[in-house]
Design a protein around this ligand. Structure first.
Ligand SMILES: Nc1ncnc2c1ncn2[C@@H]1O[C@H](COP(=O)(O)OP(=O)(O)OP(=O)(O)O)[C@@H](O)[C@H]1O
Ligand SMILES: [Mg+2]
Length: 449
């Protein structure tokens, strides 16, 4: 992920003023929308079913009470007074029972359910008997209907209306199971939708300087396959542009070499004019620029070198010997102690560029080798002027040279660090610059061992 993309991803969610924070990842957002939507839909349909069910059972219950009460009252009315008490338990039901007494009196029932029950009893037997209905105060909704049988005996129907059938015990369990299935389906659907995005981002991330990123599989759902095809095609196009660029650079440098050589010859034939030496130096610089330019273009395109097992200690020893032979002040501390997989020429070039800088700007170079868990850190240190903190990244850009180096008149094209970083990336290594405590610069290369 690029720094800009990362910054955007880390930026606070939209609607900073809103108190509820909208989750940042697409995965969480989609999952939330789907789950809340489905759960709300389910809750609504559950509520609807329950309301329907309650209403239906109430209708059934009211109708049932009407018929049952009518026949029970008719039966009691026809029985001799002495036999009635024995029948009362048999005529009692879950929601009502009969009492051969006047019962309690009170105000007319106002609760909807009681009012409906009283009305339906009136419908059933109201034409045959004079009825009074009243609510019975208490915790539960309860009412009594009073009447007198044809022989004048008082009869009270004590009713405790039930609003519906109680829910079965496994219903919450079933609801929980339903929610779990919903959550599982949401997760699967959202993963299906976001995984290709993740893979695409990963492929784009690994699209390094050598343009050897993995190709995306062009299968799966049609939209995903199309995106993968587009990505692969884009990758091919970039590789094409890069090759073209390299070829142009190589051609220019090749063609420039001939006129530069010709100019050299001409300068050599010139009289020993004061300009002679200066022209020679300029031509020398042009030659280096052309050569380095091609080297940079080549590293951009990745190195053709295959990685292999090497002994870093042997490589460093031989570099050290070369520098010492040339009369440079280079020292080596520490040992890697184990072989590692790397591209030896690229590694030599990276370290060479770092040591050259240390020598050029600090006069002497110190190489420190520190094996760490799964890694090998090689640092090149100097006691030169160092680099200000704000320029530590900028100097990796091609052709960037700091004022200090210009003033000192140190020659160079400003490509050394750019080439070193490209090569380090191609080797899957990390190259960073650090200010050295006590002055100077530390260039640290961390290789995977
Ligand atoms: N060890 C160092 N100490 C101080 N400044 C440094 C050091 N190494 C690099 N720099 C600064 O970073 C700049 C870029 O370095 P880089 O190696 O890319 O270019 P160069 O050395 O100027 O030229 P080239 O390496 O292409 O010959 C340098 O010009 C210099 O200003
Ligand atoms: Mg350099």
């Amino acid at each position: 992920m690029t720094a800009a993309a990362k910054a955007q991803a880390d930026a606070p969610g939209t609607g900073a003023g809103s108190r509820l924070r909208w989750p940042r990842s697409l995965f969480a957002r989609l999952a939330l929308i789907l789950f809340v939507g489905l759960a709300a839909g389910n809750a609504a349909s559950f509520w609807l079913t329950m309301t329907e069910r309650n209403q239906a059972t109430m209708n059934v219950m009211v109708g049932y009470i009407e018929r049952e009460v009518a026949s029970s009252v008719a039966l009691l009315d026809r029985l001799p007074a002495a036999e009635r008490p024995a029948w009362l338990p048999r005529l009692a039901r879950r929601s009502y029972h009969f009492m051969l007494e006047p019962g309690v009196s009170g105000v007319a029932p106002d609760a909807t359910l009681s009012a409906r029950v009283a009305a339906s009893i009136k419908d059933g037997i109201g034409t045959d008997y004079a009825l009074t209905a009243n609510a019975v105060p208490g915790e539960r909704e309860r009412l009594q209907v009073h009447l007198r049988l044809s022989d004048g005996a008082p009869l009270t129907i004590d009713i405790t209306p039930m609003p519906g059938i109680p829910l079965s015990r496994w219903l919450p369990l079933l609801l929980a199971l339903q929610l779990a299935v919903l959550a599982g389906c949401c997760w699967a659907a959202v993963r299906l939708a976001t995984r290709p995005l993740h893979q695409l981002a990963q492929a784009a991330d690994t699209l390094g300087p050598d343009l050897k990123a993995e190709r995306l599989a062009e299968d799966g759902p049609s939209e995903v396959a199309r995106a993968a095809r587009a990505f692969n095609a884009m990758q091919d196009r970039i590789a094409g542009y890069m090759t073209e660029r390299l070829q142009i650079l190589a051609a220019i440098s090749h063609d420039l070499q001939t006129p530069i050589t010709r100019m050299r010859l001409r300068v050599d034939m010139m009289d020993d004019a004061p300009q002679h030496a200066k022209l020679q130096q300029d031509l020398q610089e042009m030659e280096t620029l052309v050569k380095e330019g091609v080297a940079y273009a080549r590293t951009l395109h990745g190195t053709g070198e295959e990685p292999r097992r090497i002994d870093p200690d042997a490589l460093l020893d031989s570099m050290l010997a070369d520098y010492r032979d040339a009369g440079h002040d280079v020292s080596l501390h520490g040992k890697a102690g184990a072989a590692l997989t790397a591209r030896p020429q690229a590694l030599r070039r990276v370290l060479g560029n770092l040591v050259d800088n240390a020598l050029k700007f600090g006069g002497a170079a110190e190489i420190q080798v520190a094996p760490q868990a799964g890694e090998l850190a090689i640092s090149v240190l100097d006691r030169g002027p160092g680099i200000p903190a704000e320029s530590l990244e900028a100097v990796f850009e091609p052709f960037v040279r700091l004022e200090t180096s210009r003033n000192r008149g140190t020659g160079g094209t400003g490509l050394g660090l750019a080439i070193a970083r490209q090569l380090a990336r191609a080797m899957d290594a990390k190259l960073t610059l650090h200010q050295r405590p006590g002055g100077g610069l530390e260039a640290r290369l961390v290789l995977r061992s």
